[in-house]
Design a protein. Structure first.
Length: 456
């Protein structure tokens, strides 16, 4: 492997190539693969020029490049494929600049979103995209998958906050996609094209982010209902009321009970569903909206309203919401989190389908999601070492995704496609649009070495 010797000369100790060092990089948070594929090497660049050097070596040797940060994605986007090098961004984790006057931040790809917002908080600024695992999720991963989170309903997802990117193309060429301006329609929007491309078009090494002022006040309300239908109807009434909550999330009974069993937070376990509603803005406006919200909830047969009265109580509710995945992981060896978007009018039908299929295939399901934008996250607890459960889950997944497509839904709202949803993608996208996407991929990456085997 001559290319390893080339990499050794450049990167020295910032290179792993021994088999025992590579196993940890064969996995991400997605469903366990049937065959574990080790990368040929893992490289830890410190800057864009070093990334370019790696890519040039890979291009010359026809070796696949897998960009990776924390590996917390659920779709297999950072899993190595045959004859691949992992480019690991752990050493590119600097917040280069926060410009309060121009409302921008310039960051490297391994900056953790939670850490960024702690720094922004000191300046009363705010980067709205908030994946549930924001304590470990990185900017690079969020851009690669166009991540969202609970606040997407009001604020939009990652693509709405990316102004400019520095990236490395498949042959090692370094490009800058735009200017560090909040408004720019000069030329094609390559910035948006790369956002959500899962590392298949270019490797992002620096990002300029749009920031907004931090809301003066945030208030959380937890509203319980005796049926999913009542909760869904209430959410529609809230949306149609004239104000927009920053968060409008749904949590089903199974999720509530599991959280409370393994991470007691005082949740009511006898209710069929709960809405997690956050209002934010100026204090007087939030107080006014809160009165309207309570009136809507009471008229919508809400059985119990819990109102956070302090930041501490806000954080306690958020801890409960964000602990769902780890709580569910106590049920079975494997948790598979899916990410599907359906029209709001079909949310109840879709959740009922999840329950129907989980019973049919004897697999534990707990559902939550961002009901405001129709983004539903069914979480399935199972043992993938059990061949029957593993096969049953494949059948469940097929039925669930094809059902979602049949009611006007799509495959992902924020987790991406990766390797896990490729088999459905041609059914989810217009045929001619799919062919155009293939041409775009070939234009950017004629040798097909950038995250080969992902997305399309």
């Amino acid at each position: 492997m001559d290319f390893v010797n080339e990499l050794k000369k450049i990167f020295g100790n910032n290179l792993l190539y021994k088999k025992e060092d590579l196993f940890v990089y064969a996995y991400d948070t997605s469903q366990n693969p049937d065959d574990i594929i080790l990368p040929l090497a893992v490289v830890f660049p410190k800057n864009t020029k070093e990334v370019s050097k790696i890519v040039k070596i890979a291009f010359k040797n026809n070796i696949t490049i897998i960009p990776r940060a924390q590996g917390t994605n659920h779709c297999g986007a950072t899993r190595p494929t045959k004859d691949s090098i992992v480019v690991h961004f752990s050493k590119m984790n600097k917040i280069i600049k926060i410009d309060k006057e121009n409302l921008i931040a310039i960051v490297e790809p391994n900056v953790v979103i939670g850490d960024l917002n702690k720094e922004l908080d000191k300046l009363n600024l705010f980067f709205p995209p908030d994946p549930s695992n924001l304590a470990v999720s990185t900017i690079g991963g969020a851009i690669g998958l166009c991540a969202g989170g609970p606040r997407t309903f009001k604020y939009g997802n990652t693509k709405d906050y990316i102004i400019n990117l520095e990236a490395v193309l498949a042959d090692g060429t370094i490009i800058v996609t735009s200017k560090n301006l909040n408004k720019n329609v000069t030329g094609y929007n390559i910035t948006s094209l790369l956002t959500g491309s899962e590392g298949t078009l270019a490797i992002i090494t620096k990002a300029t982010l749009r920031l907004i002022p931090k809301p003066e006040t945030r208030l959380l309300t937890l509203a319980y209902f005796n049926s999913l239908t009542e909760a869904a109807r209430a959410s529609n009434k809230i949306i149609n009321s004239g104000f927009i909550p920053s968060v409008l999330d749904l949590i089903d009974k199974n999720t509530i009970q599991t959280i409370e069993k393994f991470n007691p937070c005082g949740l009511l376990t006898d209710k069929e569903a709960a809405l997690l509603i956050e209002l934010d803005g100026f204090s007087e406006c939030v107080k006014y909206e809160l009165e309207i919200l309570k009136e809507i909830l009471i008229k919508s047969s809400c059985s119990k309203i819990i109102q956070a009265k302090s930041n501490e109580e806000n954080e306690n509710i958020w801890r409960a919401r964000r602990s769902a995945f780890s709580a569910l992981a106590r049920l079975k060896p494997n948790i598979i989190t899916e990410d599907i978007v359906v029209p709001r009018t079909k949310i109840v039908d879709f959740i009922n389908k999840i329950e129907e299929l989980s019973k049919k295939y004897n697999i534990i399901a707990a559902t939550m999601g961002h009901i405001g934008d129709g983004n539903i996250h069914p979480n399935f607890a199972l043992d993938l070492e059990d061949s029957i459960q593993k096969e049953n889950f494949k059948k469940l997944k097929d039925e669930l995704f094809y059902y979602a497509l049949s009611i006007g839904g799509t495959l992902s709202g924020e987790h991406g496609i990766g390797t896990q949803k490729q088999k459905y993608i041609q059914d989810a996208i217009d045929k001619n649009a799919y062919l155009l996407m293939k041409k775009i991929k070939n234009l950017f990456d004629e040798k097909n070495i950038l995250n080969k085997g992902k997305t399309l």
